[in-house]
Write a protein that binds this ligand. Structure first.
Ligand SMILES: [Zn+2]
Length: 328
């Protein structure tokens, strides 16, 4: 995705005030965002979401002209969880060692399929052959052999090969070739992922920590600050070494990943830019001395709480509690 598409354009809070379940709330929030974008004359050509059933049905019914894709990260997480659950069953422990490799293979397949869903499916499902030490086949139309360098028989491979048609290999095959999974993997052919959205959620937590309660104007202002911060800093480049003999080389950090339980390399990005704060401070001073007039936010009619039934009296609840413990 380019920098422009990574920016958050929803400049107002999308309020979901109905007492709905979180699943329905997600759909309602999504729907309101889409309506707001339409009202702002923003044309949406493509959208990437997780595999939320309600949103999937909504996209099909209400937005048939928008190209709907799934986020690679969410699908790879589901795949990992399914493999992990299966590897906890008897005589199927071995696929556990392949979880990270299968997930990496999904990312690679989505990234290198040239937007072709057929090629993507053939590349992804070839992992069934590779895990059994088979690196070429003639059962596909477009992808016929692994793209890694040749492996010699005496090469030590990690993780160990699965025996063809063994319970472990069949278990992995059942998961990888699951019809519903393959149907959804077709929607990864643009290799979309919502990483920038996760970065924005991180910014939201910085400005609107969950442990604190904020009133409506405060919440609105903090959300807007998170959006400004995100938009000012999206599309930062990887930092480079500025001096010495490594000058110009890209910078990385070595960190221990809790997920993969391995040391991994992560790029270091350029420092964040906060010069927008000075404009905000200037405006705050201008407002204070009366040179700038901004209308306060219109407070929407929000319900007092999320309860679906009226609040009983305290005495009534005390009596219920006493009755439960058999006291007069
Ligand atoms: Zn292979």
């Amino acid at each position: 995705m380019d920098t422009e598409t990574e920016k958050i354009y929803v400049s107002e809070l999308v309020q979901v005030t109905e007492t709905t379940s979180s699943v329905a709330m997600e759909k309602l929030g999504f729907q309101r965002c889409m309506e707001k974008l339409k009202a702002c004359n923003v044309t949406v050509d493509l959208i990437a979401t997780d595999r939320h059933c309600g949103i999937r049905a909504l996209m099909k019914k209400e937005y048939p002209n928008i190209d709907h894709h799934f986020d690679v990260w969410h699908l790879s997480k589901t795949l990992q969880k399914t493999l992990l659950a299966k590897s906890k069953t008897k005589s199927c422990e071995q696929p556990a060692s392949w979880i990270q490799a299968v997930s990496n293979h999904l990312w690679w397949s989505a990234h290198t399929c040239d937007k072709d869903p057929e090629l993507l499916l053939e590349k992804f499902s070839s992992v069934v052959y590779h895990t059994a030490n088979i690196h070429s086949w003639d059962t596909c139309n477009k992808f016929h052999r692994c793209e890694h360098p040749p492996i010699r028989e005496d090469d030590e491979v990690e993780p160990a090969w699965l025996k063809l048609d063994s319970p472990a290999h069949n278990a992995l095959k059942d998961i990888v070739m699951d019809k519903r999974l393959l149907k959804d993997i077709r929607f990864l052919n643009r290799s979309c992922h919502t990483g920038s959205q996760e970065v924005f959620h991180g910014a939201m937590l910085k400005y609107c920590p969950k442990r604190q309660e904020f009133d409506f104007p405060n919440m609105l202002a903090r959300t807007q600050l998170a959006i400004i911060d995100h938009n000012e800093n999206s599309g930062r480049q990887q930092a480079v070494v500025r001096k010495g003999h490594k000058k110009g080389q890209k910078r990385y950090n070595v960190v221990f990943s809790k997920a993969s339980k391995k040391w991994v390399i992560k790029p270091i990005y350029e420092a964040k830019e906060y010069s927008f704060i000075y404009d905000l401070l200037m405006n705050a001073v201008a407002m204070k001395i009366g040179h700038l007039h901004v209308l306060p936010p219109v407070k929407k009619d929000l319900p007092q709480n999320i309860a679906r039934v009226p609040k009983p009296s305290k005495a009534e609840l005390v009596n219920t509690l006493k009755a439960r413990f058999g006291k007069s």
